[in-house]
Design a protein around this ligand. Structure first.
Ligand code: NAP
Length: 274
């Protein structure tokens, strides 16, 4: 009888110590939650790693969880990473995931997933491919909007209330069109990112009254499949690693407030004109 009491007290002390350690690890507050699209590679995978290491709860989404080997390995190391299937052009799938997470506060939604024009062949004058245009617009513009719509209540119910969409410096209208940038970005990706920026500006104005901040952030040039595919599959001189770019963007996202929410801010903290 006495030994049962001692055992129970010991068990209680161990549970309490565990709670204290985990609260201390999250700075005393409950861990924040982030949902990231396109988490299986490139910038999205680096975002997942970064927030996982910071102790956030990460809902890491990818359209093909079965093939997401690097993401699965990361989730194996970090129990705070949950992998979910999400294709940003599949509205029914997006709504089904939102239903699964109904009532769960999501502090930060990162609309990262996107496509460019691949090798650009179908987005050159003389060979313009409407299917490639539709794919860029659906994925890069409508996708972030529909995902934001589906998870808006989760974001509004959170502490930080942030929706961040990843754009490109190539979408800046005033940027000079050099031979190099013309070849690399072709006809569909850049207009898609211009439209993304404008749709996020509209969203920012609409959800402001709910205290939701909508930010637009660009990663600079990053050595990923996307950048390489635009340059014949080769690494591009001067490109950052995904980890380097994400380290900058995480700081920028942290500092975004309602005041600078509808500006385009780079990984380096610099605001660029549209
Ligand atoms: N890399 C750069 O230099 C650069 C520069 C400016 C802006 N950006 C922006 O940074 C973001 C990340 O790009 P990245 O360089 O990491 O490109 P990436 O390596 O090509 O990765 C793109 C990610 O988007 C996912 N994706 C594509 N279509 C999707 C869909 N329908 N549903 C869900 N996920 C989808 C891909 O998943 P799958 O593996 O299934 O295809 C992949 O996870 C993008 O918004 C991009 O426009 C990149």
């Amino acid at each position: 009888m006495r030994s049962t009491k001692v055992k129970n007290r010991l068990l209680g002390a161990i549970v309490m110590a565990g709670i204290i350690v985990s609260v201390a690890a999250t700075g005393g507050a409950q861990a924040a939650t982030v949902l990231i699209t396109g988490s299986n590679r490139g910038v999205g995978l680096a975002f997942t790693k970064s927030y996982a290491e910071k102790g956030w709860t990460v809902i890491a989404t990818t359209r093909n969880p079965d093939d997401a080997d690097e993401l699965k390995a990361l989730a194996g190391q970090h129990k705070n990473v949950a992998i979910e299937k999400l294709d940003v052009v599949d509205e029914a799938g997006i709504n089904a995931l939102a239903a699964k997470y109904k009532g769960k506060p999501i502090d930060l939604l990162i609309n990262n997933a996107a496509v460019n024009d691949g090798d650009g062949k179908g987005a050159t004058l003389g060979a313009l491919d409407a299917k490639l245009f539709d794919r860029a617009m659906r994925t890069d513009v409508l996708g972030p909007l529909i995902v934001s719509q589906a998870f808006l209540d989760n974001v509004a119910a959170s502490d930080q209330k942030k929706i961040i969409s990843i754009t490109s410096p190539s979408a800046v209208l005033g940027r000079p069109m050099t031979k190099e940038t013309r070849r690399a970005h072709t006809y569909f990706y850049r207009p898609a990112k211009v439209a993304l920026n404008m749709s996020m500006k509209i969203l920012a104005a609409e959800v402001r009254d709910r205290g939701v901040i909508v930010g637009i952030v660009h990663p600079g040039g990053v050595d990923t499949e996307m950048l390489r595919s635009a340059f014949g599959g080769k690494p591009v001189a001067g490109a950052q690693t995904p980890d380097q770019s994400v380290a900058g963007m995480v700081k920028v996202i942290d500092g975004i407030t309602m005041a600078n929410s509808d500006q385009v801010i780079g990984f380096d903290g610099k605001t660029i004109p549209w």
